[in-house]
Write a protein that binds this ligand. Structure first.
Ligand code: TYR
Length: 333
């Protein structure tokens, strides 16, 4: 695969790449580039996680070595509901779910390295480096970097600042050429790009995934059940949530159902060589078959495809994509 094709694969379905030129330069090197993504195991994993995981298959296909960090210390630092005693079990649950998602997206989980934060963030070299960074980085710079990620409060704890600085350092500590995450992580990795060269590391290339809309309009919310599909939702629950979802006729903006199709279902169907069938009674024009998201979106915008027909098809498709992950989590064969 040539540099242009590898760059295209890694950049597709992203919100931003900083910078494409630097990414190309990584692919021109002789040794394979490395990338990492981190997840703090704070709660239940959902379909938003799945879309970022889906992209790991693109990284693997482009010949990038991928590390997944299960950021257990981070979970504790920013969330009082993540006590140390729970972190081991939570991390194991994340690892199982993540492996399932990579596999369901057509990637090979055996090719991904897993690491937990506590495996290296308590070691002396990391700690010393963190203390040096604390001595040299201002509170306001760090606050600004983490403002989209760390919980807000009138009386913030030190943990949020430590969290941010540690995540900035993780890129270097994990020797990642590429930091990958949702666009909300942008501030933290911009801080990495700014300060890591002072500590002898390369400036990382950053790849950011879009944040998906929730099913109730607006942003997806971790606490609002009906705004997202959970990985353990059964087919009926998926169907009910999609049926009730905000999905205005002809409108693409803030339309979570379309976003799930674009970022998750079609890329997975592409690997499986499947197309999306929208069943319709003959009198309304009969079934529609889509090979690509672009075709579906064009029909949706033109009014040819109505939400009432789209929703059941989308729900069934989402269910088949989530099913292998659900089975793994629930311990079914
Ligand atoms: N900040 C990430 C989140 O919002 C978790 C994370 C933690 C990512 C440490 C990377 C990292 O190095 O879930």
């Amino acid at each position: 695969m040539d540099t242009a094709e590898r760059t295209r694969l890694v950049s597709r379905f992203t919100e931003e790449v900083i910078t494409e030129e630097e990414l190309e330069a990584l692919f021109e090197r002789s040794d394979p580039p490395t990338a990492y993504i981190g997840y703090a195991p704070t709660g239940e994993m959902h379909i938003g996680h799945f879309t970022t995981m889906r992209k790991l298959a693109d990284f693997l296909d482009a010949g990038v070595e991928v590390t997944v960090l299960v950021a257990d210390l981070h979970a504790h630092l920013d969330d009082e509901k993540s006590p140390f005693a729970l972190l081991d079990a939570r991390s194991a649950y994340y690892e199982t779910a993540i492996e399932g998602m990579i596999e369901a997206a057509g990637g090979d989980p055996e090719r991904v390295s897993f690491v937990r934060g506590t495996e290296y963030q308590l070691e002396q070299p990391y700690t010393l480096e963190l203390y040096r960074m604390m001595a040299e980085t201002t509170i306001s710079r760090t606050q600004r970097a983490g403002s989209e990620v760390v919980r807000e409060s009138d009386n913030p704890k030190l943990g949020g600042l430590t969290y941010t600085l540690m995540q900035s350092l993780d890129v270097g500590a994990l020797e990642a050429d590429i930091a990958y995450g949702g666009i909300d992580q942008r501030g933290i990795y911009m801080l990495s790009r700014e300060i890591l060269p002072d500590y002898g590391y390369e400036k990382p290339v950053c790849v950011f995934a879009p944040l998906l809309s929730g099913l109730t309009g607006g942003k997806m919310s971790a606490s609002e059940e009906s705004s997202k599909i959970n990985l353990t939702d059964d087919d009926e629950t998926v169907a009910e949530k999609i049926q009730a979802a905000y999905c205005p006729q002809g409108e693409v903006e803030d339309n979570g159902v379309l976003e799930y199709l674009q970022y998750l279902v079609f890329p997975v169907f592409d690997v499986r060589d499947e197309s999306l069938v929208v069943e319709r009674p003959e009198e309304y024009g009969g079934d529609l078959v889509y090979e690509s998201y672009a075709e579906l979106e064009a029909d949706y915008v033109s009014g040819e495809l109505h939400p009432a027909d789209l929703k059941p098809a989308a729900a069934a498709a989402i269910s088949t994509v989530v099913e292998p992950v659900r089975d793994r989590l629930l311990g079914e064969p």
